[in-house]
Design a binder for this molecule. Structure first.
Ligand SMILES: C[S@@+](CC[C@H](N)C(=O)[O-])C[C@H]1O[C@@H](n2cnc3c(N)ncnc32)[C@H](O)[C@@H]1O
Length: 367
């Protein structure tokens, strides 16, 4: 092979491999692969940007050059550039004519303050979830939440253990509230509460769900049933948000204690995913026993499709419940929840598909 032919051959091969294979055919798969493989690094860039409030600065002060941004954030230029490399690669900032700006997604999720932001959820991932998830392999092998060992203290679940860490508990409850605010309006809008009188929100957290529901259905009485330290937060929340509403927080352990009396609706919002199917069956049976005829249990959550191939949120949530939160839960499918409701004694079981990957299973007690 003469030299000229060899060079031409190499040129063609490079053209094929660099521009056609990597640049066109595999481009999005390669990007997706690296975003997963380096997800732990890219996540830390995002969390750092959220803590520096970089997205709010870009939103309020407009697109900025690297030196401007470094000065504004009080950083050296090179580490600021390192941060921006990660944010650009993740698609949360864009660069035009040498200036960095927010993307639509980062403006919606991270710029400024407001109940519909995702800042608290990022802090929850960084300060509570991140380290424990490195123990996932052990958790899968041993079928228990090995990641909880990264958080010192007593209690077999994250929910019990976190009550001894007020800073972490606040981060946790703030993020639950942020996530709930975005989801619970769906429940209040699309589920009919007009015939209901008293709703008990089992594991209702700081009361965000009940407050949203009572805003649309002020005739209701509501009770959160949760662990003692969480009930304190719920009472403070009720007092500051809607002091005249008929809202209470009842302390108890849902696995061990009786459910409160007098409810005609028991809600299980983002809750049954934390427990095993056997535990869920017990909880649904306890609700069934306490309800009058015509009373309802409402299971509201992100649910897996019956074909068990999505959505993405199922794949993100399940390892957290297995590896950290309880070691027994996962994102179950809609038909699994329906089956549990029937097994618990509910005769009419309806599925209501809602936006944002949520489903409400409405189970009614009949004679
Ligand atoms: C995933 S959070 C869901 C919070 C809320 N329902 C929502 O939709 O955002 C689970 C809730 O269950 C509560 N919880 C966990 N274990 C509990 C137990 N054994 N007894 C009572 N509440 C518990 C936690 O304190 C937390 O508020």
């Amino acid at each position: 092979m003469n030299k000229a032919f060899f060079r031409f051959f190499c040129f063609l091969e490079r053209l094929w491999r660099v521009h056609i294979v990597d640049g066109l055919i595999l481009r999005s798969s390669i990007k997706q692969f690296y975003q997963v493989a380096a997800g732990h690094i890219l996540f830390q860039s995002l969390a750092a940007a959220v803590e520096l409030d970089l997205f709010t600065i870009l939103d309020r002060e407009g697109a900025q050059t690297l030196p401007q941004l470094a000065l504004r954030l009080g950083l050296e230029e090179q580490p600021c550039r390192v941060l921006l490399q990660g944010l650009l690669a993740s698609g949360v900032v864009k660069k035009r004519r040498g200036r960095y700006a927010n993307t639509i997604m980062s403006r919606i999720a991270f710029a400024g303050e407001g109940p519909k932001k995702m800042k608290a959820a990022i802090m929850w991932q960084k300060h509570i979830v991140y380290r424990p998830m490195a123990r996932l392999l052990e958790s899968i092998r041993e079928y228990r939440n090995c990641g909880l060992e990264e958080i010192p203290g007593q209690g077999e679940t994250l929910y019990e253990r976190i009550s001894a860490h007020p800073r972490l508990e606040k981060i946790f409850q703030d993020s639950m509230q942020e996530i709930s605010v975005q989801a619970n309006d769906l429940l209040a809008r699309y589920v009919d509460f007009s015939d209901a009188h008293r709703v008990v929100d089992v594991g209702g957290g700081n009361g965000t769900n009940l407050l949203a529901i009572l805003q649309r259905h002020p005739h209701l009485e509501g009770r959160v049933f949760d662990l003692p330290s969480v009930c304190e937060r719920a009472r403070a929340h009720f007092q500051s948000d809607n002091p005249s509403a008929k809202l209470e927080a009842i302390e108890g352990n849902m696995l061990q204690d009786e459910f409160p009396e007098g409810a005609d609706v028991f809600m299980f919002c983002h809750l049954l995913c934390i427990w095993s199917k056997a535990e869920n069956l017990k909880l649904l049976k306890k609700a069934h026993d306490k309800l009058p005829v015509g009373g309802r249990a409402i299971v509201f959550d992100i649910m897996e499709r019956d074909t068990q191939d999505g959505p993405l949120a199922a794949a993100m949530g399940s390892p957290y419940f297995l590896g950290l939160a309880t070691g027994t839960g996962m994102i179950y499918s809609e038909e699994e929840y329906e089956g549990l409701c029937r097994e618990a004694g509910f005769t009419e079981v309806r599925r209501v598909r809602l936006p944002r990957g949520h489903t409400a299973i409405i189970a009614t007690k009949e004679i």
